[in-house]
Design a protein around this ligand. Sequence first.
Ligand code: NAD
Length: 295
Amino acid sequence: MSAKIIDGKAIAEKLRQQIAVDVAAFRERTGIVPHLVAVLVGDDPASAVYVRNKHSACEKNGLRSTLHKLPATTSQEELLAVVRQLNDDRDVHGILVQLPLPKHIRADVILDAVNPRKDVDCFHPINVGLLSQGRPWFLPCTPHGVQQLLIETGVPVAGAHVVVIGRSDIVGKPLALMLMQKGPGANATVTVCHSQTRNLVEIARSADILVAAIGQAEFVTPEMVKPGAVVIDVGINRVAGKLVGDVAFAGVSEIASAITPVPGGVGPMTITMLLKNTLTAAELATEGRRMKAEG
Ligand code: NAD
């Protein structure tokens, strides 16, 4: 079997066109341009690329984006002061603190300080709590991107056994929460595997939908995949200057029914969902849209 390639770039572009239409309608209604501020501390080259891509995606789709660049020597207190100032700025709708932060700064302290209504990454404990209760204000960008890929590709998720390998707060854990909820692209039976899981191969092989979010190049090999399964590769690993996913693409695509490539799979979807969250944040701030959590 040769798997269908799930073209994340094309799906992301289609969704971005709709978001651009929604942004234009919002601007028309309110005269306000949704504004995302990215805070980048230090000189991590990969982070600089991510932030640049997010900026250009905003600009292309009618949102405003500002980069707040700080030196690697910035103290935790100084960064907190920047976050608080952005929280208070009515012209700023979304705040994104690019991770990783320098080692002397505690990421949890900084992320907890972001106003939850401006938390477009959906990392704040309030947003994580609301997500787990199934009444989110925002959905976390990468898991939301994965879910949208499944929906747009017509993969039946309801009742399916989804195995997520990886339990990070950014990908694995929130994705599992989202896919087990009620609703479109959800209602799955979810198993989460991690570095201490026994019988990982056997569990992975029982998946109708297998998601790899591990951060180890080509970790998922063909014997871990049930014939006909859908495989979503979240991983981004740089090997000899090339981007490689967490799935051994060549072998696994002979067995799976559908698979995401790296690059061009989940990556473009993540940024797309960030655009959506920035529009949502602007709507919350300026139109007093009632949030689901407020009943
Ligand atoms: P992380 O390092 O925070 O978490 C990795 C997870 O993998 C951990 O929960 C760990 O338990 C699990 N793991 C590690 N070794 C394992 C093993 N041998 N067996 C089973 N599980 C194991 O990483 P993360 O932030 O979740 O990112 C995972 C990957 O996804 C990385 O490659 C990252 O670059 C990529 N990523 C991509 C996007 C995107 O937009 N495409 C977004 C976020 C992360």
